[in-house]
Design a protein around this ligand. Structure first.
Ligand code: GDP
Ligand code: GDP
Length: 466
């Protein structure tokens, strides 16, 4: 017997869109017939290996405008009663509104297993809203995009976790294996956890932008990187002469490069070079997953270099430094040691940042640069399971507990990673406002070391525990 799922939330969060995706419907279920909305409809649905029935709650709100609140409430309660599991949906772009809280109350009181979906999460603008969704008090928000089909593997995992394997796969015969908790002991735990990590998708193009001061060598670098490929492949569909991105392959890895040089050619025509190049840099950073900042190694760490680096880090992008014009450096070893030391000192918020000497003109070091880009991208995408994080936290708290403030020791309860790209964590603690920044920095540095996440921004949000 399969289980029933109700998708609950205020109007417009995207319930029908998810319903259609799960039930495999191409078109939205728009029903013009009056009265039809009174019947709840049940449709078979699939999500990877899960088969279940999804209860269609679409159209509640159109039933009778003057009794909107009452009707929705009643219908919602009926749907929840009938369901084995509730997907409670919020709009991550809008954040948590009073209406969301009202619906969340109904769901919480029902005591049904619930998965909290933060929809419309396809853009970075929704990150704040996803964090805010914790306040619904329904556990960890799963960022999804019902419209674009993103986050579906995480949604699947969350359903299995909320409902239990036995309910999700009722047809599986019981076997003689001991319960999970008996198997997962000692050293094996972290490996077992790693199996549940969502796979990092290497088939998607990795988006790179190259930024830096004028004359650092950006155009030369881009031309050396893509020059030949471009000649060989010619303009592809959708890529015109003025196009701002170029697709190419590096060791079989698909790369999409934001071509600021191309944009500049266009800008020159329009005689707006100075103005456009700043805006271009910003757009390039927003477009990219990994930003390569080109420094002129003969005059490195100018104020402007650091400002750009800081901006990239604040935007949450992965960053790699290229020390260009290395062919002009007389004492390469000593200079590299000195520049790397400076990097750590001037950009302490991204310890372990990769900095690679290159010559854009001769092509030397470009393979190393691309290796650093791919590796940094992997780290930027990394996820750590809640189990591993909290075992780590236990050790941290024993070793270096949070300080006492006004005579009372601050308590840290648990930690979860709520997002990747860059890695973002929520730490649940007794008094977030009293927690010193130095302790948060300590947590972030230890996280970076323990889970091997050098060179990428790490975000930590504090949340008051109940
Ligand atoms: P419901 O009636 O509350 O279940 O919401 P709908 O499914 O009708 O969606 C409301 C609006 O949000 C529609 O315009 C959808 O196209 C849009 N929408 C749904 N899911 C997403 C999403 O993942 N991202 C974005 N940007 N819009 C979405
Ligand atoms: P952009 O303004 O950052 O795009 O810089 P360009 O690519 O136009 O390069 C500025 C100047 O630096 C040009 O004269 C290039 O020939 C020179 N240049 C770029 N890369 C190198 C390099 O690796 N070594 C040397 N010696 N000169 C370089």
């Amino acid at each position: 017997m399969s289980f029933k799922v109700a998708i609950i939330g205020r109007p417009n969060v995207g319930k029908s869109t998810l319903f259609n995706r799960l039930a495999g419907k191409k078109l939205a279920l728009v029903d013009d017939t009056p009265g039809v909305t009174r019947d709840r409809r049940i449709h078979p649905a699939k999500l990877y290996d899960l088969s279940f029935d999804v209860i269609d709650t679409a159209g509640f709100e159109t039933a009778a405008p003057h009794t909107l609140q009452g009707r929705m409430r009643e219908q919602t309660e009926i749907a929840i009663r009938e369901a084995d599991l509730v997907i409670f949906m919020v709009d991550a772009r809008a954040g948590l509104l009073p209406d969301d809280k009202a619906f969340a109350d109904i769901v919480r009181k029902s005591g049904k297993p619930v998965v909290l979906a933060a929809n419309k999460s396809e853009s970075r603008a929704s990150e704040g809203g996803t964090l805010e969704a914790w306040e619904a008090g329904l556990g960890e928000p799963i960022p999804i995009s019902a419209e674009h089909g993103q986050g579906m593997p995480d949604l699947r995992d969350a359903i299995v976790e909320a409902l239990g394997e036995a309910r999700c796969f009722p047809d599986d015969e019981e076997d003689d294996l001991p319960a999970e908790s008996d198997v997962l002991v000692g050293e094996d735990i972290s490996e077992a956890d790693a199996d549940h990590e969502p796979a990092y998708d290497e088939t998607k193009p990795l988006r790179i932008a190259v930024v830096g001061r004028p004359n650092a060598g950006k155009s030369t670098l881009i031309n050396t990187l893509i020059g030949e490929e471009r000649l060989l492949t010619g303009p592809e569909a959708g890529i015109t002469r003025d196009s701002i991105s170029v697709d190419w392959d590096w060791r079989g890895r698909r790369i999409k490069l934001f071509d600021t040089a191309g944009m500049r050619r266009k800008a020159k025509v329009q005689e707006k070079l100075e103005k456009l190049s700043v805006a271009d840099g910003l757009r390039a950073i927003k477009f990219a997953e990994v930003v390569v900042i080109v420094f002129d190694a003969t005059i490195p760490f100018e104020k402007q270099d650091l400002q750009i680096a800081d901006l990239i880090i604040r935007e949450g992008r992965a960053l790699v430094i290229a020390f260009n014009k290395w062919d002009l450096i007389d004492t390469p070893q000593a200079t590299l040691a000195e520049l790397r030391e400076k990097t750590e000192r001037l950009l302490p918020q991204v310890r372990g940042l990769r900095a690679v000497p290159i010559s854009a003109e001769t092509g030397r070091g470009l393979d190393k640069l691309m290796e650093a880009v791919v590796e940094t991208h992997r780290v930027w995408n990394s996820r750590v399971s809640t189990g591993r994080l909290n075992r780590w936290l236990e050790g941290i708290l024993a070793h270096h507990p949070p300080p006492a403030v006004a005579g009372r020791r601050l308590k840290v309860k648990y930690i979860t990673q709520v997002k990747a790209r860059p890695p973002g964590f929520v730490v649940s603690c007794s008094r977030p406002d009293a927690m010193p920044q130095s302790y948060v920095r300590y947590l972030s540095n230890s996280l970076r070391e323990s889970f091997d996440m050098p060179g990428v921004p790490i975000r930590i949000a504090l949340r008051a525990s109940d």
